[in-house]
Each structure stands twice: as C-alpha cells, then as structure tokens.
Design a protein around this ligand. Structure first.
Ligand code: SF4
Length: 267
C-alpha cells in the first residue's frame, strides 16, 4: 500500500469512527467534514487526497486513534487515548484548565464510575473525585465492597468548566468520544452514573435524576445505575438513604453481570 493510500484509509476510518461516535466537528481548519469525505471518495486525479495540505492539518493523535488495536506498532490503546486527551484542545475548556483529568483506577475494572467534570481540586491535582466529595465516594464504594483502586473513575468532561459552571452541549459533544472509548477499552460489567449530568449524558436524555433513579439503564450495552453525586449528598443529607438503595441495586446488577468479586479476591 502506498503512503498516500495508507493515509487515505486511515483518514476514512477516522472520519467514520468520529461520525459513529456522534462527533460532528473535524480537526481541520479549511474544510468541512462533508468536503473531506468527498475528497477521500474522489480519485486522486480528481482532487482526492492529493491535497496533502489538508492531510497534515489532521492532528496526529486523532489519526493514530484510527489504527486498530492489533496493528503493528499501535501500542497500548488506553495509554494512547490518555495521551490524546492530555493534549486535547477540542473545546474551549482547554483554555482555562490546569490539567486534563483523564480518570484513574483499574483500567480492567468491572465497575466504571462516571461523574460530571473536574472541580477546582480535581483540576489542580489531575485526579477525579478528590476532596470531600472524593472521600465520600470512597466510602460509598466501600459500602458495597469496593476499594477505590478496584474501579475505574472518570468524568463526562475531562477539563474543568470555569467557576464550575454547567457544561455546555458542544463541550459535551467534543468530549464524548473520550468517554465512549474509555467505556470500550475498560469494558466494565456495570456503570454507575453519579449525578444528573453524568446520567443525562450517558443515557442521552433530559429526564430528571429523580426519574432516572430506581431503574437499570444501558450504555453501549452495559447496565447503568444512576444515583446522586457525592457533592450533592454532602449538601443534602436526606438523599443518603435513597443513595444507599441505589448502591445496593448497583452491587446486585454488578454481581448478576458477572463482575469479579471485589475486596482483593482477584487472581
Ligand atoms: S473537555 Fe474534553 S474535548 Fe474539551 S478540551 Fe478537555 S479533553 Fe478536549
């Protein structure tokens, strides 16, 4: 395969992948998604990928993401995804962040925890769920048998919105592919969405948290349980009991889905 054909195939796969993930923006400065697809389909003689100036504007990490997991030299997809996120400037939140909070924990965890977005401390430390809310999360996980390092913890948004404002739709759209990839690569048996925003984003709905709690949902074929965000629990003690009910449901769903027994009993 010629170098040009290889680039053409990589770009086509990359664009298809982004479209499947719902990403409508393209990392190019001078042509739209539709125009580039048109060029990729066209024979080189008719102006197909011959315009290499366009090709070099595609950021390298994003193209690398299109390389299949078993391709020679593809390396570790998870580390590559992390590297891509750490260098990401896809939305305006890149301007004000201190760090990109990619997530942490067991990358092979059977339980994935998803929150909203980094706050002040998370942005400073580059870790999700730190500070008082993080301590409470640890306790909530412990209540159903998990240590923090036995799960994978991340947020819908990897960068902090200024003054902790609510995320904006285009920021969520820009960041969603990272979350989907994390879910794909971690391949958990169950997901817990903490807070309204995480739940609404994962489940692509605008239903209230109250309507979403108490049922099992699905994201990418994986069962999802929704409950209150630890930060909200710190402010509203009356939500502790319903949260405990949600956590019990989560543990039951996890066990039914074949999740490994937590508590250091892994082989
Ligand atoms: S929030 Fe997500 S999409 Fe926006 S800059 Fe950060 S990593 Fe990129």
């Amino acid at each position: 395969m010629t170098e040009r054909a290889r680039w053409r195939e990589l770009l086509a796969r990359y664009l298809r992948q982004r479209a499947e993930l719902g990403q409508r923006e393209l990392y190019l400065e001078s042509c739209t998604n539709a125009e580039l697809l048109e060029r990729l389909r066209a024979p080189a003689a008719a102006g197909g990928v011959a315009r290499e100036a366009d090709v070099i504007r595609v950021d390298a990490p994003a193209v690398r993401e299109a390389v299949p997991v078993d391709a020679p030299g593809s390396g570790d997809r998870f580390d590559e995804l992390r590297a891509d996120a750490l260098a990401c400037t896809l939305c305006r939140l890149a301007e004000g962040r201190t760090t990109v909070v990619f997530g942490e924990g067991d990358r092979h965890a059977d339980l994935l925890v998803v929150g909203e977005a980094p706050g002040y401390e998370e942005d400073r430390q580059g870790r999700p769920f730190v500070g008082p809310a993080g301590k409470l999360l640890d306790k909530m996980l412990a209540a159903i048998g998990f240590r923090r390092d036995e799960v994978f913890i991340c947020n819908v948004l990897k960068c902090r919105p200024p003054q902790n404002r609510d995320p904006v739709a285009d920021e969520v759209a820009a960041c969603r592919p990272y979350l989907r990839k994390q879910v794909e690569l971690v391949a958990p048996k169950a997901i817990c969405a903490f807070g309204r925003f995480a739940a609404q984003t994962l489940l692509a709905t605008d239903l209230s948290l109250g309507r979403l709690r108490g049922a099992t949902h699905e994201f990418m074929g994986i069962p999802v349980v929704v409950t209150y965000h630890p930060a909200a629990l710190l402010r509203n003690q009356q939500w502790k009991r319903p949260t405990w009910e949600d956590l019990k449901v989560l543990r039951r769903i996890y066990d039914e889905a074949g999740g490994r027994a937590p508590g250091g009993s892994r082989g």
